[in-house]
Design a protein around this ligand. Structure first.
Ligand code: SF4
Ligand code: SF4
Length: 319
């Protein structure tokens, strides 16, 4: 695999291999959840499922798991979602089904000596991923940290005033695309999984909104859609993907996907492009010529909460 200047792959492949997930319908998934969870937890989990049913069209609720859809079914689902976006938001959008590029393992790194806490990445994520305008949602939180610690629990997300402050540094945190993701393990219906290029995804049409994954994530990287996302038609990003930035339904959990609708097409994540300081480096770690590979081989890199064994594909370093 060759790389662009920033280390992202140049040539998307046509391979469309899918993760192996047992063949099951939503009904079988619920039955499986009962067996796994036991009666008490099942009742708690089924409550959001009822809510999901109320918020879904019949076609959406009866839809098969993403990994079990045939190409024709997938085409029908995508056409329905595009039509719904037009109907509900007045926007013409294209929803693609971007699959992992073979031979790619995406990794992100941030130079904390350079990040100055300006928050342009947060804003870019908000726009790129069609987040709710009312709640100003984003998949990125920038923590203002006291110098001398990498304990993210000591950071503040509500800082204000002129940045950077002399006694602080700035720690952007988003989904770490863990290689051992606790969020995936706890999902009772397998609505979230890790793909071959390392990106952890959610099938928003399969998620029942129980929020177990949100609770399991030690990086506070998952978001729950409490309300119907409001985005003016002219502000909707029309370049969308099924597992990425399409407008998500109310009552489901969502997260950063390393902008897979861009990165699986050879582009860079929106947050990286928006960063005015050049603090962000992204690319394919399997490419020996990539910048990201050079960073990991030549810098002293840190991961957050290493003791938990989540094995993040997200690194931090200082000059
Ligand atoms: S950071 Fe959280 S949401 Fe992302 S893969 Fe890890 S546990 Fe899951
Ligand atoms: S993705 Fe999260 S909220 Fe959705 S069903 Fe799975 S654990 Fe529950």
């Amino acid at each position: 695999m060759t790389a662009t200047e920033n280390g992202s792959p140049k040539q998307p492949s046509t391979d469309r291999s899918l993760p192996v997930i047992e063949n099951f319908t939503r009904r079988a998934a619920v039955k499986g959840a009962f067996a796994t969870l036991g009666a008490g937890a099942f009742v708690a989990a089924i409550s959001p499922l009822r809510q999901a049913a109320e918020n879904s069209s019949a076609a959406e609720f009866m839809q098969t798991h993403y990994t079990e859809l045939s190409p024709d079914q997938k085409g029908d689902v995508i056409a329905r979602l595009e039509a719904e976006t037009k109907e509900k938001y007045g926007a013409d959008v294209t929803i693609a089904d971007d699959r992992p590029i073979p031979g790619t393992k995406f990794v992100y790194a941030i130079n904390l000596s350079v990040c100055n806490g300006n928050g342009k990445c947060v804003e870019a994520c908000h726009k790129e991923n069609n987040h709710d305008r009312d709640t100003n949602q984003s998949y990125i939180r920038v923590l203002e940290m006291p110098k001398g610690t990498m304990d993210m629990e000591k950071g503040s997300t509500t800082y204000s005033g002129t940045v950077p402050k002399d006694d602080k540094f700035y720690l952007p945190v988003q989904c770490q695309q863990c290689d051992e993701p606790p969020c995936v393990d706890v999902c009772p219906v397998k609505a979230t999984w890790k793909e071959e290029d390392g990106i952890v995804v959610v099938d928003y049409n399969w998620c029942i909104g129980c929020r177990y994954c949100e609770a399991a994530c030690p990086y506070h990287a998952r978001r729950f859609n409490w309300k119907k996302p409001e985005v003016p038609a002219k502000e909707i990003n029309p370049d969308q993907s099924y597992l990425s930035n399409r407008v998500r339904p109310v009552g489901v959990v969502e997260k950063c996907t390393y902008c897979l609708h861009r990165t699986r097409r050879g582009k860079l994540p929106a947050c990286l492009e928006a960063c005015p300081t050049g603090a962000r480096v992204f690319g394919n770690i399997l490419d020996p010529e990539s910048n990201i590979r050079w960073i990991l081989e030549n810098k002293r890199v840190y991961i957050l909460k290493e003791e938990l064994g989540t094995k993040p594909a997200f690194f931090y370093y200082f000059d």
